[in-house]
Design a protein around this ligand. Structure first.
Ligand code: ATP
Length: 538
């Protein structure tokens, strides 16, 4: 599919209100709170009809471009087409998988509890504000949260009984504070000082029990915290049962679960979420080139589906941020998006990491199964002039994307306030991702118009229904119907009016309304499907 419709420039997300976006998501059926009628459950979100279709479109776009088209038909650094095969692995695996991967034992976030408010915070998210002199009470706030920071400053100034300039204020990460001074710290939402506990490890794995009479200790298992490990444990199976040859990738898409200490920012940090991960296996000597390839290819992909401009960036990690196994590797980068709640900062959308041979090595050691690859294209030359072959554990480049964070970024990017429209806002989804592809309206529900409209609806649904929803709407004024479609992000609406059905110069023509420009033009009804096909790039 090609990008057929030029996209208008993106608006800086710092100027958008997350409350407004969340309210549109609820109002139009993109995202609902899970278990809402029972008061909800923290960290869980459900997708409504439009959200479920949007999410499917994004997942499908990833599947088609990464797996089926081998990175959108790109040529790899070796000059060959890129080969990726899919896998679909279980959420529950033998717990030994998570021992080997380091998730049991290592997958801990330090957290602090507030004894006064019963709130729980990730220790590395908490900052502490004090007077630069170091004296007196200190006020904690959530780093990156402007309202929380402003509240801390207000409390500090009240305590100091004077306004303070920036130079008179010191800000220190809580984790760098000596435990001795915790008695002077007022928690982010607390009134009294000294109510924060020392940071404690908190395991993010969701435990469960397997078997009807399962014993909590003996039959304990875990919901997977990432889809990637399902790939590593089947590396040998894939090599042995398919015709893949290094370099190649294996992709896995599905739900992951993390008992996040502080789920927040809508779906950005949820306890149940979906990942789209790929492990690309190659020889250690080629890892640097493949890392560069994946980094650039993933950034270009997010741009191709409508995230662009200053809201999207690629950030290389500093050396002190790198995982221990990545220190000597090719690098780690994040594709980051400026969500309205992180602005002016950015939040991680996808991580691209050189994981070296860390995971295969771990699983080889723990499972005692040899996971080495025999490469017939390498090694010393034998007397017959052919390479003798080389046995090695491949290195791995991991592009790991969050589907829910992707959907949220697409929603934030699409959200476009427009005071001149009846809806006051429209959702400027890229046509490929838009959940509703087209809508057909009879201007009024009489005079032969509904029959013609229903026929066109049937035709468009037959041709484009597998890509997204094709709506038919005959209720209320046509202005209200356009407004509804603007909020849903439908790129084109076709209206059958009196001129369509009456004899005259415009017989058998319809009006087409463009969502982005709100302009209406007439075209023969017979050309609607081809017009849509060209505009949607299908
Ligand atoms: P963070 O630092 O934000 O917790 P991470 O570095 O732990 O994320 P990874 O383990 O690299 O994340 O997971 C890959 C992708 O999965 C992330 O880039 C993100 O898009 C998504 N993801 C991770 N945790 C969550 C979550 N709690 N809710 C929604 N998506 C998530």
């Amino acid at each position: 599919m090609s990008d057929a419709t030029p996209q208008p420039k993106s608006i800086d997300n710092a100027d958008k209100s997350m409350d407004d976006i969340m309210s549109l998501c609820k109002r139009r059926g993109f995202i609902y709170q899970a278990s809402e009628i029972y008061g909800g459950i923290n960290g869980f979100w459900d997708y409504g009809p439009l959200g479920a279709q949007l999410k499917k479109n994004l997942r499908d776009a990833w599947w088609e471009d990464v797996i089926m088209m081998g990175c959108s038909g790109a040529t790899g650094p070796d000059g060959e087409p890129v080969e990726i095969v899919p896998l679909d692995t279980c959420i529950i695996q033998n717990p030994k998988v998570w021992e080997a991967s380091g998730h049991i034992g290592g997958f801990n976030d330090p957290m602090v509890d507030c004894r006064e408010t019963k709130s729980r915070y990730r220790a590395d998210h908490v900052q502490v504000m004090s007077q630069a002199s170091g004296e007196g009470q200190m006020y904690a706030f959530i780093g990156g949260d402007d309202a929380s920071e402003a509240a801390a400053r207000k409390k500090l100034e009240k305590y100091a009984r004077t306004e303070l300039t920036d130079d008179q204020i010191a800000v220190t990460p809580l984790v760098e504070l000596d435990l001795d001074v915790y008695g002077r710290v007022v928690g982010p939402d607390a009134k009294e000082a000294g109510t924060l506990t020392a940071p404690r490890a908190f395991n993010l794995m969701f435990p469960t029990v397997v078997g009807a009479t399962g014993d909590v200790e003996d039959d304990k298992a875990y919901l997977r915290p990432e889809t990637a490990q399902g790939i590593f444990i089947h590396f040998k199976n894939v090599v042995d049962t398919t015709r893949v040859k290094l370099p190649f990738g294996i992709a896995n898409v599905g739900k992951s679960f993390r008992n996040e200490v502080t789920p927040r920012n809508f779906t950005f940090r949820s306890r149940e979420f979906e990942q789209m991960e790929c492990e690309f296996f190659c020889h250690a000597d080629d890892a640097k080139d493949w890392y560069q390839f994946w980094r650039d290819s993933r950034m270009a992909w997010w741009e191709s589906i409508g995230l662009a401009g200053a809201n999207l960036r690629l950030r290389e990690h500093d050396t002190d941020e790198l995982a221990h196994y990545a220190k000597d590797g090719a690098g780690t980068a994040d594709v980051e998006y400026k969500y309205p709640f992180t602005a002016p900062d950015y939040g991680e959308l996808e991580g691209i990491a050189h994981r070296a041979d860390f995971d295969l090595k771990q699983h080889q050691e723990h499972s005692k199964v040899k996971l080495e690859y025999f490469d017939t294209t390498r090694g010393e030359l034998a007397p017959n002039g052919q390479p003798e072959g080389e046995r090695y554990l491949p290195h791995c480049i991991e592009p790991a994307a969050g589907l829910d964070r992707g959907v949220l970024a697409l929603i934030c990017e699409a959200y476009t306030p427009d005071p001149d429209r009846p809806s006051k806002v429209f959702m400027r989804f890229h046509p490929r991702i838009a959940p509703i592809k087209a809508a057909v309206f009879p201007l009024v529900a009489k005079g032969g118009m509904p029959e013609v409209a229903l026929e066109l609806h049937r035709e468009l649904r037959q041709r484009f229904g597998k890509y997204g929803l094709i709506e038919y709407d005959a209720k209320q004024s046509v202005g209200k119907r356009y407004a509804r479609m603007d909020e849903a992000g439908c790129p084109f609406c076709f209206t059958i009016d009196g001129e369509t059905v009456e004899d005259g110069p415009n017989k058998d023509t319809v009006t087409v309304r463009d969502r982005d420009t709100a302009e209406q033009t007439r075209m023969p009804i017979s050309q609607v499907a081809d017009f849509l096909s060209q505009k949607l790039g299908l």
